[in-house]
Design a protein around this ligand. Sequence first.
Ligand SMILES: O=C(O)c1ccc[n+]([C@@H]2O[C@H](COP(=O)([O-])O)[C@@H](O)[C@H]2O)c1
Ligand SMILES: Cc1cc2nc[nH]c2cc1C
Length: 362
Amino acid sequence: MTAGPSPDPTRPVAHPPGAFVSGPIDPPSADARQQATERLAALAIPTGAWGRLGDLAVWWSACQGQCPPTPPADVRAVLFAGDHGVASAGVSAYPSAVTPAMLSTIQTGGAGISVLARQHEVRLRVLDIAVAADVPGLPADVTAHKIRRGSGSIDREDACPADEIDRALAVGAQVAKEAMDGGAELLVVGDLGIGNTTPAAVLIGALLHLDANTVTGRGTGVDDDGLSRKRAVVAAALDRAATRTTDPRDLLAAAGSADIAAAVGFLVTAAHRGVPVLLDGLIAVAEALVAERLAPGAAAWFAAGHRSTEPAQSAALDALGLPPLLDLGMRLGEGTGAVAAVPLVRSAALVLGEMALLADVL
Ligand SMILES: O=C(O)c1ccc[n+]([C@@H]2O[C@H](COP(=O)([O-])O)[C@@H](O)[C@H]2O)c1
Ligand SMILES: Cc1cc2nc[nH]c2cc1C
């Protein structure tokens, strides 16, 4: 039997109000970009002296649609948490019990992201999308969007059924809308979940046609034996995913997870509404790569907060054309590498907006 034509995943489709909408994305303002480029060139500095901070200022101006830009006051981070069946194959240096423990720790304000979010006045929201265990005492806001308890072991089964991917995309869309309706000028996407560097590496490998050796990193710090096990799991998952890369939703079902899908919905919806997003490490950048496939043009609304130590993150950043702002050897996740870069966005906006022009000082 001959298979029928694949549906075009980038074709806009009719959705009920509030649902996830994919399809091509309008770029940030070309006029504001042009004005920002000219203003940057006219500042009282030697030409090009702001380096990448200048590029960041131009991107921010274009996203804000104005020049001079104002620094983002309302910045919101959303962390999508979930467990991953592959963890039981020994692909992580830590047990899955860490996921609910860190979910609680974020809630009580003691996680790395909690500290950085307080420091930089970033509002933090964490969602249990697919954590396996119940975490006692979590507020309803954290658990209300739970879709499943752990995603499938993608080396031998799908992460979850297609209808759960659709629900997860809609949850991410809803959460992005809530943040944007609340006044968010800049969003951050973060993750939490033992084992999640495996599906993230597989998604990147599948979409960029890279092999397991190229995309597999040490995640939380597996030793050499752990790295060999992880490479085998990634290779098996890449085999399973190889025929399922045409439709990003199907790829998420085959080799992603519900929590990753929710973050993809969040990213696409932010880009669709024209609200920029700072990306974190491997997981966030894998999500951005899938978002770009679902909604071509979305990546123009993203900036890479940092370079993680994970090799697949660098490969995906190259493919997306997103040079990372920071390169500190970090590999924590939780959105930390993105929130660490928030002051850079604010600095970039301020120097472009407030500095004197060379013509005025000479
Ligand atoms: O963001 C990254 O690049 C990153 C790199 C390594 C580890 N992590 C975090 O560590 C967890 C996944 O690591 P692993 O080894 O269990 O797959 C998960 O909670 C991630 O937030 C995150
Ligand atoms: C302690 C710990 C904290 C984390 N935060 C994100 N991923 C993590 C993994 C571990 C192991």
